[in-house]
Design a protein around this ligand. Structure first.
Ligand code: ADP
Ligand code: MG
Length: 697
């Protein structure tokens, strides 16, 4: 075995380890639970727990934790040691099935959106056996879901698992029509490409804005940014390379298939892509990847910035959610097949996604909404805030032909008949051309590109899984009653293309013309988080989630509150940080520099009465005017901030931040950035954009 394959997954209690460490019967029971969601007996859990503990101790672990994903969007853990007192005053290492299956963290301070009154503040964590346990920093981590005692989901995993169950159920119904009797489960798969910035720790520590908010709130444009595009796929600097090597090592040990790495468009920006896996595991892995990226960067004297928009004027960071649907027999349902029948099946699944994206544009937009991501969507780098789909010219032509009962290949002059024709394979290079589409078909999967870099991928996949489950449910209902299956299938696909083709757009998504056209097509353009969130509780959305048992209406309301609250808090912290930086650092520094200029002018004139002091005088004049403006902007923002916290509801407060506070922050920043360009470097209190972006040599 090579060193890498030996290292790979060495810290994971995966299938190979289970096979080796568990008695045959226990292993079989575990497999049933993992594959078919069968409930695990406590006696079986006891055996698994004991084997897990022995394996973990062998690997040097001393503690265990239920690892969960509360609504903060980051992961949480509460460590317990394996140590138990024994009769003879010594200790033994213990871990029971009960401890494996259920935990009760004192987790009352996690956001619950009003779901959990504090008197019953404790929620509980429940083992998710479909995601393997792993060892991180000497602790055995058990992936768990986090719920209230009433059974309401308080986390990002529970609804994701429910949504996977929903799509599994409906996809199986549809597959039966195509005679796929051997398929027993269908799962969605995800490969999330992750962008990030690396900057030197020393410069980072001098920026309060980065420390408090993860992004720069001031900063004049550097002489060189990304205009030469020389960073993109450029040679990787040795320090970054050393980081990437270490990162890969750590991720591989956890069984995370980190595969590619390259520089991105902006200076200091990079990307990591894992090989795809089942959605709930991919979600766990992406959370771990973000955490480990930050830890490894620190070890290398750098800081990994995961914020969506750390720097104005250079590209922000996103996450591309590559998504598909696979059967347990290894068939990718979004891959055009070899036979007409397989192609018909492919087209039906394709339609189910087109319909889902069209009907739930709002939910997809909401699933990526955050104060941070509002800086990207619609700026000229990330997809626009309008959700549309790219299917490519070839597939577009086929869909057209089906819709119009016409020939799709002008030469062959045959009508496109479902169940008769073999579709061409769509080579990747022809389907992957469009980089500006928010939702692109890339040959055998869809790539949802609106996610911000720091987002948990759970939300967008909950929406995708559930919305597609709904399409499939409707299809299955319609096909179930059909007398002539092939005819009904043909009509269904044709009707669906007609009904939902407005969501398909193969052109340049960055074009202003497109935004106008999108609006005339009736597509939504939800520019900001409050605009988007206003749709979350629309009847059709509540109906979608409740009818598939993914969220109850109460759970939806709590999530709505949490999302709004987060938006408000982020902006509150940003505005407060800007105020502090202006008052305590920037204005005093500028005043100091003004004094220096004045003193210099006076000194010069005392030696040479008619000395030319135009540099000092002109600069002083400009600085005085701008610092006056900065003070006015500062006072205006402070004034605006006094009204926050007085609104009747969170939605009103969020609107206020969006319309008033953000504008006041922009005015303050403009004055600050103007002053930065006028102030001598040694007086300026912070590292500049140039210092930050080119800090890693
Ligand atoms: P790129 O987009 O960089 O050219 P790929 O298309 O090969 O590279 O893959 C991008 C991401 O899509 C990877 O994370 C890959 O694992 C993932 N991916 C590929 N196939 C699937 C699939 N069937 N389901 C989900 N993700 C997939
Ligand atoms: Mg991509």
């Amino acid at each position: 075995m090579s060193a890498i394959s030996e290292k790979f997954g060495s810290m994971v209690f995966d299938d190979t380890v289970m096979k080796e460490k568990l008695p045959k019967e226990t292993y079989k029971a575990m497999r049933k639970t993992i594959l078919d969601g069968k409930k695990l007996d406590i006696s079986v859990a006891n055996v698994v727990a004991n084997a897990m503990k022995d394996w973990a101790i062998e690997k040097g672990a001393t503690h265990f934790t239920h690892w969960f994903q509360p609504m903060t969007g980051i992961t949480a853990e509460k460590h317990d040691s394996f140590i138990s007192p024994s009769d003879n005053g010594k200790v033994i290492m213990e871990f029971s099935g009960k401890e494996l299956v259920k935990g009760e963290p004192d987790a009352s301070s996690f956001p619950s959106g009003g779901l959990r009154a504090t008197f019953e503040a404790r929620g509980y964590t429940a083992w998710d056996p479909t995601s393997y346990a792993f060892i991180k920093e000497g602790t055995l981590c058990i992936p768990t879901a986090f719920c209230s005692y009433g059974g309401e989901a308080l986390d990002k995993k529970t609804p994701l698992l429910r949504s996977m169950e929903a799509i599994n159920k409906q996809a199986l119904r549809v597959l039966r029509f195509f005679g796929n009797e051997d398929v027993t489960s269908v799962k969605t798969t995800v490969g999330p490409e992750q962008e990030y910035f690396l900057i030197d720790k020393d410069v980072y520590e001098k920026r309060k804005d980065l420390i408090y908010t993860g992004r720069t709130l001031y900063g004049a444009k550097p002489p060189k940014g990304q205009e030469l595009e020389d960073h993109y796929f450029g040679t990787i600097k040795p320090r970054v390379l050393a980081f990437m090597k270490d990162l890969n090592d750590e991720l591989w040990k956890l069984g995370i298939l980190a595969k590619t790495e390259h520089n991105e468009v902006a200076p200091a920006q990079h990307e990591l892509a894992p090989i795809f896996t089942t959605t709930n595991i991919a979600t766990d892995h992406n959370q771990l990847t973000m955490e480990i990226m930050q830890k490894v960067a620190k070890k290398h004297g750098m800081v990994c910035l995961l914020h969506e928009k750390p720097f104005a004027g250079v590209n922000g960071s996103g996450k591309h959610n590559n998504w598909s649907i696979s059967t347990n027999t290894g068939v990718n349902l979004l891959e055009p097949g070899e036979t007409p029948y397989e192609n018909a099946q492919f087209l039906l699944f394709l339609c189910s996604v087109i319909k889902a994206v069209d009907e739930y544009q709002d939910l997809l937009r909401i699933s990526v909404a955050s104060a941070g991501n509002d800086h990207r969507l619609g700026a000229n780098e990330a997809p626009p805030a309008v959700v549309s789909m790219f299917v490519g010219d070839e597939l577009g032509e086929i869909l057209n032909a089906i819709e119009n009962d016409a020939a799709y290949d002008a030469k062959e002059k045959v009508q496109m008949k479902i169940g008769v024709h073999v579709l061409p394979r769509f080579p990747k290079d022809t389907t992957d051309r469009n980089r500006t589409s928010p939702f692109a078909f890339t040959g055998n999967k869809f790539e949802f590109r609106m996610l911000g870099s720091s987002l948990s991928i759970s939300g967008p996949n909950i929406v995708l899984n559930t919305a597609v489950a709904e399409s499939l449910r409707e299809y299955a209902d319609r096909l179930e009653g059909a007398e002539n299956f092939e005819g009904a299938l043909h009509d269904l696909i044709r009707d669906e293309i007609k009904a939902h083709k407005k969501i398909i757009f193969n052109g340049n998504g960055y074009d202003d013309e497109w935004i106008r056209e999108a609006e005339s097509r009736g597509l939504l353009n939800l520019k900001t988080t409050p605009d988007a969130l206003a749709h979350f509780l629309d009847d059709k959305n509540v109906k979608l989630f409740t009818s598939h048992n993914v969220f109850s209406e109460t759970e939806m309301r709590s999530r709505y509150e949490i999302l709004l609250d987060n938006y408000i808090k982020v902006l509150h912290i940003e505005a407060s940080t800007m105020i502090e930086m202006a008052k305590r650092d920037i204005l005093p520094a500028v005043s100091e520099y003004s004094k220096e200029l004045s003193k210099t002018a006076i000194a010069k004139k005392s030696v040479i009465p008619d000395a030319d002091c135009s540099y000092e005088e002109k600069t002083l004049r400009k600085i005085s005017a701008l610092s006056g403006e900065m003070l006015a902007a500062l006072e205006a923002l402070e004034n605006d901030m006094e009204k926050t916290g007085t609104f009747a509801c969170a939605a009103d407060e969020a609107e206020y931040y969006k319309d008033t506070v953000i504008a006041a922050m922009a005015r303050l920043r403009a004055a600050g950035d103007g002053l930065e360009t006028l102030t001598a470097k040694k007086y300026w209190p912070y590292p500049t954009y140039g210092d930050l972006l080119f800090s890693v040599k």
